[in-house]
Design a binder for this molecule. Structure first.
Ligand code: HEC
Ligand code: HEC
Length: 274
């Protein structure tokens, strides 16, 4: 087993273990997950509690679970989608939800996944603007740039390798047209995904941090460290300030470091990620 596969399956096992506790605890008393008998749980709550950890709260996917808003997932029929959720693929890390969720909950969850799909910005070849960079460069050279000089892999993963500060880009070419990819790279602040928001935090000793955050509440917040691997908890009593920011963590001038040919190679690689 290669290292990234190992990492993914152990991460998935960890998330499944967490989920199993809550599913078992509640599904025993009645048909559905986590509610009193007779009530049905809202699909967005189910999604937030049982799916977002692996598929991302907007369905774009993570290093553990694939995108649910990709062309492939959109192409599944309602019945196939429901089956994928009910039966799972436990051997590759997708739990089986058919026993924990009632039929009604499953149906509504499928509708919810459909709503994520229609909310996600996706490629529309008829109306999308083209990037001002052609996409007939060298794919292999583009992939090398992604993992080196262009710095993309510091924050993004493709094919299970890379960072988690930004969204997984494995299927970016099927979600965005070249113009949308170009805009995401050159105007990152324009449309920041809510899973990847940033925070300015000043620690008690005056150190300033600008990082991805999660679990922000009255008492504490978790920030992702620079290496993009470790979540650190900060207690609000112990910091000088913790302010959510609207700015993207992604610098808008990354293409400036590349030559014209290199930009073309990078765009060729990205648009081909289907
Ligand atoms: C522990 C991580 C994990 C959790 C939790 C999880 N999934 Fe998955 N899911 C996966 C993985 C990994 C796959 C890919 C399975 C494969 O390759 O066959 C997947 C596949 C899927 C697919 C099939 C996608 C396709 O294109 O074929 C759907 C639909 C799906 N998940 C929906 C959900 C929903 C809805 C929930 C919450 C009820 C959920 N998943 C919870 C990891 C997870
Ligand atoms: C310092 C971290 C960082 C670096 C380096 C970085 N990105 Fe990003 N990127 C992000 C974050 C965070 C987001 C999500 C927030 C946003 O939309 O700005 C993002 C969003 C994106 C998106 C939109 C994805 C989506 O699903 O909407 C694309 C495309 C993208 N980046 C491509 C790239 C490419 C190509 C490179 C290398 C040239 C790169 N990024 C370098 C952090 C980074």
């Amino acid at each position: 087993m290669v290292k990234s596969e190992f990492m993914r399956s152990s991460l998935a096992a960890f998330v499944i273990a967490l989920l199993a506790v809550s599913i078992q605890g509640s599904a025993q008393d009645q048909g559905g997950i986590g509610v009193t008998p007779g009530e049905i749980m809202e699909p967005e709550l189910i999604y937030g509690q049982y799916c977002a950890a692996c598929h991302g709260s907007t369905g774009k996917g993570s290093i553990i679970g694939p995108s649910l808003v990709s062309m492939q997932a959109k192409a599944l029929s309602d019945a196939d989608l429901q089956n994928a959720i009910a039966e799972g693929s436990p051997e590759v890390g997708m739990p089986m939800f058919g026993r924990g969720l009632t039929r009604g909950e499953l149906t509504r969850l499928v509708q919810f996944v459909r709503s994520l799909q229609s909310n996600a910005r996706v490629k529309n070849p008829r109306t999308d603007a083209k990037a001002p960079i052609s996409t007939d460069g060298n794919v292999i050279a583009g992939e090398l740039l992604f993992f080196s000089k262009a710095r993309c892999s510091q924050c993004h993963s493709v094919f299970d390798a890379g960072g988690i500060t930004g969204p997984d880009l494995t299927h970016i070419g099927s979600r965005y047209g070249s113009g949308q990819i170009y805009e995401a790279i050159t105007k990152p602040d324009k449309d920041v995904d809510r899973d990847f928001r940033s925070m300015n935090l000043t620690t008690a000793d005056g150190t300033q941090l600008f990082a991805r955050f999660r679990f922000d509440n009255k008492n504490s917040v978790q920030l992702l460290d620079k290496s993009g691997t470790l979540w650190t908890t900060y207690f609000k009593d112990d910091v000088q300030s913790a302010d959510r920011s609207r700015d993207s963590l992604m610098p808008g001038d990354l293409l400036d470091a590349l030559s014209e040919d290199e930009r073309k190679d990078l765009m060729t690689f990205l648009t081909g990620l289907n």
